[in-house]
Write a protein of this length. Structure first.
Length: 317
């Protein structure tokens, strides 16, 4: 059956036929299938029975221990209303990479374990252990919420926030892809973020695009809502307007500097990815961009010179 509305989210659930808590979780989710579909959730339950115990980067198919056809019949007997299949090595490795980027302790994925993805395929939540249908419905309602609302819901008790909510830069995800060996995915993430950063010129858009790069070391005013003269009362004096304009100018100056720094980070990562993929021409393009942005950097010039030599361009080097 198709969801009652276009999928707003996808739940990737890892389970096994020998895992009691896994089966209990799936039965509970099946009982609430209509409600979950009504909210646009697409559940994909992937069995790890064909993999060795311990879902990590070194998992191997147990083709000599498990009969796939027999296991398929067993899975069909459960008669779950959602998509059911088998997890392979590549998927487990990718999910492990994401998990290890979020959690400091890098351990094998437990069973059951689920990943909630939003409509754009971004990881919204990781559930280690069984997740209830009610928890899923609560989290689905937060998929389009702002960062502050989500942060408030994750607090264990009420209180006031002193520091601003810090969002991760997309480059963090790109680095995780690179470390996990997903070089093409890493490159695509960097290129997407770089295009977004370079295309923003409006203050609010620039602030939103660079929010993941903001850190406490950056002047705190650029993490605050940008002042707007139009939102002030008609009785604002000319002096007040001048103050707002000067604040906007200062904020824009810092955001432009931050944007240049983010571009440098993007091109540096693109250069490393090109080198790891033995794309000499791609690395050369990235190294040139770095020197254009930071012509006074000795390290950048030396790296470009080495790249020229690798391309047999001694005069340019």
């Amino acid at each position: 059956e198709k969801p009652t509305q276009p999928p707003r989210a996808t739940l990737i659930n890892l389970w096994a036929t020998w895992c009691g808590p896994c089966l209990e979780e799936l039965r509970a989710l099946a009982d609430h299938d209509a409600e979950l579909r009504q909210r646009g959730l697409n559940v994909i339950a992937l069995s790890t029975d064909l993999l060795q115990e311990g879902a990590g980067h070194d998992v191997e198919l147990q083709t000599d221990l498990v009969n796939r056809d027999a296991l398929t019949q067993t899975m069909r007997a459960f008669d779950y209303p959602f998509t059911v299949g088998f997890a392979d090595q590549q998927l487990i490795a990718a999910l492990s990479t994401i998990h290890n980027q979020v959690y400091y302790a890098q351990r094998s994925l437990p069973l059951p374990c689920s990943f909630l993805l939003d409509a754009q395929g971004r990881v919204a939540a990781i559930y280690k252990g069984a997740v209830s249908a009610q928890q899923l419905m609560d989290d689905l309602a937060l998929l389009e919420a702002n960062t502050e609302t989500i942060a408030t819901r994750t607090r264990p008790f009420a209180g006031s926030r002193v520091l601003n909510v810090e969002e991760l830069s997309p480059l963090v995800a790109a680095e995780a892809y690179r470390e996990g060996g997903y070089l093409k995915e890493a490159q695509a993430e960097v290129e997407r973020y770089l295009a977004e950063v370079m295309a923003t010129h409006d203050l609010d858009q620039m602030s939103a695009a660079l929010m993941g790069a903001l850190r406490p070391t950056v002047a705190p005013e650029i993490t605050q809502p940008l002042p707007s003269a139009s939102s002030e009362s008609d009785t604002l004096t000319k002096k007040s307007m001048t103050t707002v304009e000067s604040q906007q100018a200062a904020i824009k100056t810092q955001l432009v500097k931050l944007r240049e720094r983010e571009q440098l980070r993007c091109y540096d990562l693109l250069a490393r990815l090109a080198r790891e993929q033995r794309d000499v021409a791609g690395e050369l393009v990235a190294r040139r961009k770095i020197v254009e942005l930071a012509p006074q950097s000795v390290a950048a010039c030396l790296a470009l010179g080495r790249c020229y030599m690798q391309n047999r361009m001694p005069e340019e080097a």
